[in-house]
Design a protein around this ligand. Sequence first.
Ligand SMILES: NC(=O)c1ccc[n+]([C@@H]2O[C@H](COP(=O)([O-])OP(=O)(O)OC[C@H]3O[C@@H](n4cnc5c(N)ncnc54)[C@H](O)[C@@H]3O)[C@@H](O)[C@H]2O)c1
Ligand SMILES: O=c1ccn([C@@H]2O[C@H](COP(=O)(O)OP(=O)(O)O[C@H]3O[C@H](CO)[C@@H](O)[C@H](O)[C@H]3O)[C@@H](O)[C@H]2O)c(=O)[nH]1
Length: 465
Amino acid sequence: MTDFEKRILCIGAGYVGGPTMAMIAFKCPQYKVHVVDINPDRIDAWNSQNLPIYEPGLEEVVFEARGRNLFFSTDIQEGIEEADIIFVSVNTPTKTFGEGAGMAADLQYWEKTARQILECSKSPKIIVEKSTVPVRTAQAMERILGTDGTGKFQVLSNPEFLAEGTAIEDLKCPDRVLIGSRLTEEGLKARDELVSIYANWVPKDNIVTSDTWSSELSKLVANAFLAQRISSINAISALCEKTGADVSRVAYAVGKDGRIGDKFLKSSVGFGGSCFKKDILNLVYLCRSYGLQEVADYWEQVVKINEYQKERFVLNMLHTMFDTLAGKKICLLGFAFKADTGDTRETPGIYIAQRLAEEHCRVVVSDPQALDNAKIDLKELGDAVSYVEDPYEAAADCDALAVLTEWNLYKELDYAKIYNSMTKPAFVFDGRNILDHQALHDIGFNVFPIGKPALTHYRTNGRTR
Ligand SMILES: NC(=O)c1ccc[n+]([C@@H]2O[C@H](COP(=O)([O-])OP(=O)(O)OC[C@H]3O[C@@H](n4cnc5c(N)ncnc54)[C@H](O)[C@@H]3O)[C@@H](O)[C@H]2O)c1
Ligand SMILES: O=c1ccn([C@@H]2O[C@H](COP(=O)(O)OP(=O)(O)O[C@H]3O[C@H](CO)[C@@H](O)[C@H](O)[C@H]3O)[C@@H](O)[C@H]2O)c(=O)[nH]1
């Protein structure tokens, strides 16, 4: 143990704690990195050949560092005792009960961690907020730890910006690493210590430092801005469908303006994932709690448009397929909230499957990584849903395909073969605009992209080309 230059602990071995710590250990063999969690199954999986999350490139990084300077265990007490720096990366979901239910962040896991740190610490430590938290949470942490920034503990904010599916690339070459601290002598010293860890592989210019509250707020704002772009283009997709404009062309033309930029302008069935909705609602709640009603309403609209987009997708299927889905069978191509992950938290697929089942439609869910999660998410729908990994088998006898996740494999399927196995007339609802719509139409499908003219073999209400 004494051979290591620094001893780093991370509390919470989830989508963030696991990959971020694996990257620190991988890049910095001189540090001991210990990741702990209360969930023993998760820890067992991190210690196995079958890691608990799917993330391209993750195995390579974990397998290289694990056992060398990267360790996973449930021994939280020992971990705290020996650590110099403690990252807190526990979940901060939306509260489901009491004051702020459905909006505010649930800080109970985070608070428990703070108390545990206090109980088990025998030496001074730097505590790093990795979890996404409301502004001024670091102050609450300081109060629990009985410090005002001058004592045994220094609390830093170091929000994580990785996106799932690209976590390893994002961690290897981050746009920025953000570190917020108190601007006191002790605060700046702690900040420099954390900077020196990242500086092992992140260029100095990409390590941004600020005061603690700005750092905490920046994380919520970054997610709100990203989600806002998606809701903006999705709102325009509805107008495109009414007017015959093509949302991809609009996004391209608009995004060519350097001031706007071309990223995060892909119209879709709606954004999902564990962060966007939760963090925006957290921001909305914060604004309301400070009496900023107009600001809160403004950001809440980003979430509302996302709900609207998912419902629009369902209603489009219903109305297109002759205003009844009862007894029909629809194949969902993809269930993960985005490609290259098995994560289904807040995936639009959950809402869409539930709505289809409400219409007495049978649903076949297909996904290369997310079927285990889908079975848990849709358990209450019982026999209305079946789960089939092979897309050809999944599509057989269906009336429609609905593309919900932009997996590359869906671009390369033999759609003529699929068409021949489906009930006619056969429909495609491309919730990601990833397929070759003209080719599908030529095969015989009636094709309904998002925000583009439909390609049908019959007349529609203004959506034909
Ligand atoms: N998932 C992402 O892509 C992402 C990206 C950036 C930031 N974040 C933020 O990071 C935080 C963690 O997110 P996540 O997706 O990794 O969550 P997660 O649910 O995958 O992991 C959190 C882990 O913390 C563990 N935990 C909870 N309380 C604990 C305790 N007292 N002691 C030890 N372990 C405990 C849980 O068992 C769980 O394994 C959240 O605040 C989230 O908003 C997530
Ligand atoms: O143009 C786009 C881009 C994304 N999406 C959807 O938006 C959702 C979120 O995608 P993405 O942001 O790529 O994945 P996340 O893993 O949720 O990452 C976001 O949330 C994380 C958690 O806070 C942050 O760390 C990341 O910076 C932020 O991108 C997914 O459903 C995507 O399909 C679109 O519909 N259109």
